[in-house]
Design a protein around this ligand. Structure first.
Ligand code: GNR
Ligand code: NI
Length: 167
């Protein structure tokens, strides 16, 4: 097991589009284990491979209080979505800043598990927010991209200020 380094904005590598996973081997299972360790330690409720500088279509999530609801989605594809919700989002690549984002209320995706076996998953509410947030990372998109230019520049200034304080 190993803790991985999480890329932070404005690292240009966060803009990389992930490639499909084609090999379902022991190294992939190790990466998934390391991503869970990294996400739980952060702590966070989701993590996309992009954030740990692995540009493959792989994301994990666990919104439970007690690490009891882990999800691994490999090569996820959106099948259907509906409704809308506004949720206050944060991101491990933007430590300490939060903003309301509007997204679909429910999403249905097709994906593969760590063995390459296909499955479908339909979620709604906060878990659907997390899923959309992570799927965006795999496309090089981040939550502040949804904000108005003014709101975005205010938040990025705040991020800068926090960084200077902790430096
Ligand atoms: O830990 C996280 N919390 C969170 C809160 C609201 C909406 C989305 C998220 S995902 C985030 C972890 C992260 O950055 N995943 O990419
Ligand atoms: Ni994120």
């Amino acid at each position: 097991m190993a803790l991985l380094t999480i890329l932070e904005f404005p690292d240009p590598r966060l803009r990389t589009k992930a490639q499909p996973v084609t090999v379902f081997d022991a190294a992939l299972k190790q990466l998934v284990a390391d991503m869970f360790e990294t996400m739980y330690a952060a702590p966070g409720v989701g993590l996309a491979a992009t954030q740990v500088n692995v540009h493959r279509q792989l994301l994990i999530m666990d919104m439970s209080e007690d690490k009891s609801d882990p999800h691994v989605l490999i090569n996820p594809r959106l099948l259907d979505q509906g409704g809308e919700q506004v949720f206050q989002e944060g991101c491990l690549s933007f430590p300490g800043i939060y903003a309301d984002v509007e997204r679909a209320l429910r999403v249905k995706v097709a994906a593969q598990d760590v063995d390459g076996k296909p499955f479908e998953l339909e979620v709604e509410g906060p878990l659907a927010v997390c899923m959309q947030h992570e799927m965006d990372h795999l496309q090089g998109k981040v939550f502040v991209d949804y904000l108005s230019p003014l709101k975005r520049s205010m938040l990025l200034k705040k991020l800068d200020k926090k960084r200077k304080q902790s430096a």
